[in-house]
Design a protein. Structure first.
Length: 138
Protein backbone atom coordinates (compact mmCIF):
# COMPACT_ATOMS: atom_id res chain seq x y z
CA UNK A 1 0.00 0.00 0.00
CA UNK A 2 1.38 3.38 -0.99
CA UNK A 3 1.88 5.99 1.67
CA UNK A 4 -0.20 9.14 1.75
CA UNK A 5 2.77 11.12 0.46
CA UNK A 6 3.23 8.78 -2.51
CA UNK A 7 -0.48 8.97 -3.31
CA UNK A 8 -0.34 12.78 -3.26
CA UNK A 9 2.74 12.79 -5.52
CA UNK A 10 1.07 10.39 -7.97
CA UNK A 11 -2.14 12.41 -8.07
CA UNK A 12 -0.20 15.67 -8.49
CA UNK A 13 1.74 14.21 -11.41
CA UNK A 14 -1.42 12.74 -12.97
CA UNK A 15 -3.17 16.11 -12.90
CA UNK A 16 -0.11 17.98 -14.13
CA UNK A 17 0.42 15.59 -17.05
CA UNK A 18 -3.27 15.66 -17.97
CA UNK A 19 -3.34 19.48 -17.86
CA UNK A 20 -0.18 19.79 -19.94
CA UNK A 21 -1.52 17.42 -22.59
CA UNK A 22 -4.98 18.99 -22.56
CA UNK A 23 -3.76 22.56 -22.99
CA UNK A 24 -1.43 21.75 -25.87
CA UNK A 25 1.98 21.82 -24.22
CA UNK A 26 3.06 19.08 -26.64
CA UNK A 27 2.93 19.67 -30.39
CA UNK A 28 3.78 16.18 -31.65
CA UNK A 29 1.76 15.53 -34.84
CA UNK A 30 1.09 11.94 -33.70
CA UNK A 31 -0.88 13.34 -30.77
CA UNK A 32 -2.89 15.97 -32.67
CA UNK A 33 -6.62 15.29 -32.53
CA UNK A 34 -6.19 12.24 -30.32
CA UNK A 35 -8.45 11.89 -27.31
CA UNK A 36 -6.97 10.01 -24.40
CA UNK A 37 -7.20 10.04 -20.65
CA UNK A 38 -4.43 9.84 -18.06
CA UNK A 39 -5.93 7.17 -15.82
CA UNK A 40 -3.15 6.84 -13.28
CA UNK A 41 0.46 7.33 -12.30
CA UNK A 42 2.63 4.97 -10.26
CA UNK A 43 5.87 6.35 -8.89
CA UNK A 44 8.72 4.20 -7.58
CA UNK A 45 9.92 4.66 -4.01
CA UNK A 46 12.95 6.78 -5.02
CA UNK A 47 10.73 9.15 -7.07
CA UNK A 48 12.94 8.61 -10.10
CA UNK A 49 10.48 6.81 -12.38
CA UNK A 50 6.78 7.41 -12.98
CA UNK A 51 4.71 4.93 -14.97
CA UNK A 52 1.94 6.95 -16.61
CA UNK A 53 -1.15 4.95 -17.59
CA UNK A 54 -3.27 6.28 -20.44
CA UNK A 55 -6.49 5.11 -22.05
CA UNK A 56 -7.07 5.85 -25.73
CA UNK A 57 -10.55 7.30 -26.31
CA UNK A 58 -10.16 7.59 -30.09
CA UNK A 59 -10.79 4.08 -31.40
CA UNK A 60 -9.75 5.02 -34.95
CA UNK A 61 -6.18 5.83 -33.89
CA UNK A 62 -3.28 3.39 -33.87
CA UNK A 63 -2.24 2.65 -30.30
CA UNK A 64 1.41 2.10 -31.17
CA UNK A 65 1.64 5.47 -32.96
CA UNK A 66 0.04 7.34 -30.05
CA UNK A 67 2.28 5.58 -27.55
CA UNK A 68 5.36 6.42 -29.64
CA UNK A 69 4.26 10.07 -29.70
CA UNK A 70 3.81 10.14 -25.93
CA UNK A 71 7.16 8.48 -25.34
CA UNK A 72 8.98 10.92 -27.60
CA UNK A 73 7.27 13.84 -25.86
CA UNK A 74 8.22 12.60 -22.37
CA UNK A 75 11.25 14.90 -22.05
CA UNK A 76 9.36 18.00 -23.11
CA UNK A 77 6.51 17.02 -20.82
CA UNK A 78 8.92 16.69 -17.91
CA UNK A 79 10.19 20.22 -18.53
CA UNK A 80 6.60 21.46 -18.70
CA UNK A 81 5.81 19.76 -15.40
CA UNK A 82 8.68 21.55 -13.67
CA UNK A 83 6.71 24.78 -13.95
CA UNK A 84 3.34 23.23 -13.13
CA UNK A 85 3.89 21.03 -10.08
CA UNK A 86 5.58 21.65 -6.76
CA UNK A 87 8.12 18.83 -6.66
CA UNK A 88 11.88 19.14 -6.23
CA UNK A 89 12.57 16.60 -8.90
CA UNK A 90 10.29 15.45 -11.69
CA UNK A 91 10.65 11.69 -12.27
CA UNK A 92 11.33 10.13 -15.66
CA UNK A 93 8.00 9.49 -17.41
CA UNK A 94 7.21 6.14 -19.00
CA UNK A 95 3.90 5.89 -20.82
CA UNK A 96 1.88 2.66 -20.93
CA UNK A 97 -1.62 1.81 -22.01
CA UNK A 98 -4.03 1.11 -19.19
CA UNK A 99 -5.43 -2.33 -19.87
CA UNK A 100 -7.57 -2.39 -16.70
CA UNK A 101 -10.64 -0.89 -18.39
CA UNK A 102 -10.63 -3.47 -21.19
CA UNK A 103 -9.92 -6.23 -18.68
CA UNK A 104 -12.83 -5.07 -16.52
CA UNK A 105 -15.20 -5.01 -19.50
CA UNK A 106 -14.12 -8.51 -20.49
CA UNK A 107 -14.71 -9.79 -16.93
CA UNK A 108 -18.10 -8.09 -16.83
CA UNK A 109 -19.10 -9.74 -20.12
CA UNK A 110 -18.04 -13.16 -18.84
CA UNK A 111 -19.93 -12.67 -15.57
CA UNK A 112 -23.08 -11.60 -17.40
CA UNK A 113 -22.87 -14.74 -19.57
CA UNK A 114 -22.51 -16.89 -16.47
CA UNK A 115 -25.36 -15.17 -14.64
CA UNK A 116 -27.78 -15.54 -17.55
CA UNK A 117 -28.86 -19.18 -17.95
CA UNK A 118 -28.77 -20.38 -21.53
CA UNK A 119 -32.16 -20.32 -23.20
CA UNK A 120 -33.14 -23.65 -24.71
CA UNK A 121 -34.42 -23.16 -28.25
CA UNK A 122 -38.09 -23.95 -28.64
CA UNK A 123 -38.45 -26.78 -31.06
CA UNK A 124 -41.72 -27.38 -32.85
CA UNK A 125 -40.09 -30.26 -34.72
CA UNK A 126 -40.63 -32.65 -31.84
CA UNK A 127 -44.39 -31.98 -31.86
CA UNK A 128 -44.66 -32.37 -35.62
CA UNK A 129 -42.76 -35.65 -35.58
CA UNK A 130 -45.00 -37.08 -32.87
CA UNK A 131 -48.14 -36.07 -34.74
CA UNK A 132 -46.77 -37.15 -38.09
CA UNK A 133 -45.58 -40.47 -36.72
CA UNK A 134 -49.04 -41.33 -35.39
CA UNK A 135 -50.72 -40.55 -38.72
CA UNK A 136 -48.33 -42.74 -40.74
CA UNK A 137 -49.04 -45.80 -38.64
CA UNK A 138 -52.81 -45.81 -39.28
Amino acid sequence: MASNRMQRVEETLRRGIADALLFGAISDPRLQGVNFSVTGVKVDTELTLARVFVDLLSPDRDRATVLAGLRSAAGALRRELQGRVQLRRIPELRFEFDESIQRGLRIETILSEIATPPVAPKSDEGKDEDEGGEGDGD
